[in-house]
Design a protein around this ligand. Structure first.
Ligand SMILES: [Zn+2]
Length: 424
């Protein structure tokens, strides 16, 4: 696991350019530095980005005028030099709404410009309903959260929606998500924007969570990391060289569809023995139920299973495993071993510095998953003798996707993206 100081060791060094006509890109680079640092001076920004002090000063002046950034008194300077003014993001300059659409649960949060949730609320996703009803439930939840946070819509910069993939980013559509049988091509972005009057940014839930980790979680300031999202399904997000790596169709990082058993069960994706088919919550529950039915004995889950098998659900199994129940722990450890194998593959393919584990699917058993992945990364990647890939458990936990989806709004607004450079 990484300490804070070790993480700062791989601190952001994103370079700007002093060529003309790239103003928006430079602005994004400067703002990104201010967002990721806990107080930074103009001189430090110039040093980290390679921009001239004049360019940095000009950009900072405009950010101050717009109220997005504020000055926060002089910072300490080593060897008695002239004190420098520290710059920080002005957390109150606006806010963003994050909405995580999980087939089982909707989670909504309003966050400030530092990524701190002001109010968060959850409600069950209406089961087996059509998209229009789901959108209505989303709009209601958003109105509730804004009312409770006492934030007027005029201060909301936008709404970020994290949804299960696959998605068609160009058309703002969710395309045949595996857990929503009746949904084929749903124009979610337009529907939600019509229902709320807010600009909507749509992204894959695991990518959104990776953006959130980069903004205010375990990946803060880390140049290269992979995020494993274990929820109802299993996804992943990649941050490579400080950028979100989305791939050609914006669906990169489907770690859940890595084959870990070539002769394993068929997956809906067309592959065999996918990580997701082996370790999704229903698979874990089925595995535990089978063992309980075979009367292995010695498990705290045996009695509740005899009384009502449905009471032995994924949450009950995780709680039992965390308390050391041998049957539950054995099943969770098998799942963790499969996740560890895919983590080794990802480390070999992408050469990331860090693997982050998060999502509500590992609640209570974070340590079992973390230990399995850490031990695999210490002994199996080819480059382990050059440097060790670290593991971190997400400090955002089950809220990573919702914080991440809000971050997405701000990321699209501020963060250094090639698209911003091209658009200029
Ligand atoms: Zn698959």
């Amino acid at each position: 696991m990484l300490t804070d100081d070790e993480q700062r060791g791989s601190w952001v060094r994103q370079t700007g350019t002093n060529l003309p006509k790239v103003g928006r890109y430079n602005r994004a680079v400067v703002l990104d530095q201010i967002q990721l640092a806990d107080g930074i001076s103009r001189v430090e920004i110039a040093r980290h980005t390679g921009l001239t002090p004049q360019t940095v000063s000009g950009i900072v002046r405009r950010l101050l005028d717009e109220g997005i950034v504020r000055e926060d008194g002089p910072s300490r300077v080593p060897s008695g030099g002239k004190p420098r003014t520290t710059l920080r993001v002005n957390a109150d300059a606006g806010c963003a709404i994050g909405l995580h659409f999980d087939p089982a649960e909707l989670t909504c949060a309003v966050v400030d410009l530092l990524g701190r949730p002001l109010v968060a609320k959850r409600r069950p996703t209406p089961p087996d309903t059509d998209p229009a009803q789901v959108v209505a439930a989303m709009a209601e939840l958003i109105a509730d959260v804004l009312a409770e946070a006492d934030v007027p819509r005029s201060r909301v910069l936008g709404l970020g929606l994290a949804t299960p993939g696959p998605i068609d980013q160009d058309l703002g559509m969710i395309v045949a998500p595996p857990q929503l049988a009746n949904w084929t091509r749903v124009p979610m972005k337009r529907m939600l924007s019509d229902a709320t009057g807010l600009p909507v940014t749509l992204d894959n839930d695991a990518t959104a969570a990776a953006v959130g980790e980069r903004w205010s979680g375990a990946g803060r300031g880390v140049a290269n990391f992979a995020y494993f999202f274990l929820g109802t399904g299993i996804g992943g997000g990649l941050i490579l060289d400080h950028q979100v790596y989305r791939g050609g169709s914006m669906n990169a990082g489907e770690f859940g569809h890595t084959s870990v058993l070539p002769d394993g069960p068929e997956c809906y994706c067309g592959n065999r023995g996918c990580l997701e088919t082996l370790v999704n919550p229903s698979a874990i529950v089925a595995n535990v139920h089978r063992r309980l039915a075979e009367r292995h004995g010695g498990s705290v889950l045996s009695e509740p299973f005899d009384r009502d098998p449905t009471s032995v659900d994924h949450a009950a199994i995780r709680v039992a495993a965390s308390a050391g129940d041998p049957l539950a722990a054995a099943v969770i450890d098998e799942a963790a071993a499969h996740v560890a194998s895919v983590a080794v593959n990802v480390a070999n393919i992408t050469d990331v510095d860090l693997i982050v584990l998060g999502g509500h699917g590992i609640l209570h058993v974070e340590k079992r998953y973390g230990d399995a992945v850490a031990s695999a990364l210490a002994s199996r990647p080819l480059s382990r003798h050059i440097r060790r890939v670290d593991v971190a458990l997400s400090p955002l936990g089950a809220d990573a996707a919702v914080v991440g989806s809000a971050a997405l709004v701000l990321h699209a607004t501020y963060s250094p993206q090639l698209s911003a450079l091209i658009a200029d």
